[in-house]
Design a protein around this ligand. Structure first.
Ligand code: MN
Length: 245
C-alpha cells in the first residue's frame, strides 16, 4: 500500500464519514483543470468539426489528409513506441512522457510530440470563433506583448521564421508569465529538451503539409488566415487551468 493510501486511511479512520468528502477534494479539484491540460490521450480523438468547416482558411482536403494520414500516423507510431518502451498507456500521462522525453527514443520524441501537438491543434481551431482573446488572457497578452496586434505580429514572426518544419507557440513559462516560442519538427514546450519550457496554450503547425495544397510557398498567407479560426475561448480555458495548477 502506498504512503498516500495509508495517510488517507488514517485520515478517514480519524475523521469518520465527514472526512470522506474532505479527503477526496484535493483529487477532484486536481482533475478539473487537467481536462484542459491533458487534452490529448494516447489515442487519436474525433475531430470536433468537419473537414470542410474551416474553409476558406484551411481547405477540406488539407484537413482530411492532415488528420486522417499525418496525425493518424503519429498516433499509430506512438502506440508502437509505447509498446516497445514499456509505457502503459492505460495508467500513464502523455504530458509526463513529454516532460521527460530526453529519456526516450527519437521515435517516441517525434510521435509523442506529433500526437500531442496535433490533438491540441484541432482543439485550438473552430469555425467562426470570437476574433480576439478576452478576460485574464487578453490582459496578460497586453501586459506581455503590448497589444493583441503586437502579439499577433510576434507570433507570426516566430511561425514565419521557423526554418523547415515545426511549430509556433504561445505558452505559460515554467517560471510563470506568457512567452512566444517556436520548436523544430514535432517538439513542443512541454519537452525537457525545449529551449523555452512550459505549458503550451496555442500552437500553430507550420509544416508544409499543413498549408501547401492551398498556400504553396506562401506560409505568411496561411498564418494571417489562421487567426480567423483560432478558438480563443478554449485557449482562455487552458490559460486558467495552467494558472491554477
Ligand atoms: Mn501537422
Amino acid at each position: 500500500m502506498s504512503s498516500l493510501h495509508q495517510n488517507r486511511r488514517q485520515f478517514l479512520s480519524k475523521t469518520g464519514k465527514a472526512g470522506i468528502a474532505l479527503a477526496t477534494m484535493p483529487l477532484i479539484s486536481k482533475l478539473v483543470p487537467e481536462q484542459y491540460l491533458i487534452d490529448s490521450a494516447f489515442k487519436q480523438q474525433p475531430l470536433p468539426y468537419s473537414y470542410a468547416s474551416l474553409e476558406p482558411y484551411i481547405d477540406a482536403m488539407t484537413m482530411e489528409i492532415h488528420y486522417s494520414k499525418h496525425a493518424a500516423t503519429s498516433a499509430k507510431n506512438l502506440a508502437e513506441a509505447c509498446e516497445a518502451e514499456k509505457v502503459n498507456i492505460n495508467n500513464s500521462s502523455l504530458t509526463d512522457v513529454l516532460k521527460s522525453i530526453s529519456t526516450y527514443s527519437t521515435k517516441m520524441r517525434n510521435n509523442a510530440g506529433g500526437h500531442y501537438n496535433h490533438e491540441l491543434f484541432w482543439q485550438v481551431m473552430k469555425p467562426s470563433p470570437s476574433t480576439a482573446p478576452s478576460g485574464k488572457l487578453a490582459e496578460a497578452i497586453q501586459k506581455t506583448f503590448g497589444s493583441y496586434a503586437d502579439f499577433q505580429k510576434a507570433f507570426g514572426e516566430a511561425a514565419k521564421t521557423r526554418f523547415g518544419s515545426g511549430w509556433a507557440w504561445l505558452l505559460v513559462k515554467k517560471e510563470g508569465g506568457l512567452a512566444i516560442s517556436s520548436t523544430p519538427n514535432q517538439d513542443n514546450p512541454l519537452m525537457d529538451v525545449a529551449e523555452i519550457q512550459g505549458t503550451p496554450l496555442l500552437g500553430l503547425d507550420v509544416w508544409e503539409h499543413a498549408y501547401y495544397l492551398k498556400y504553396q510557398n506562401k506560409r505568411p498567407d496561411y498564418i494571417n488566415a489562421w487567426w480567423n479560426i483560432v478558438h480563443w475561448e478554449f485557449v482562455e480555458n487552458r490559460y486558467s487551468a495552467a494558472l491554477s495548477k
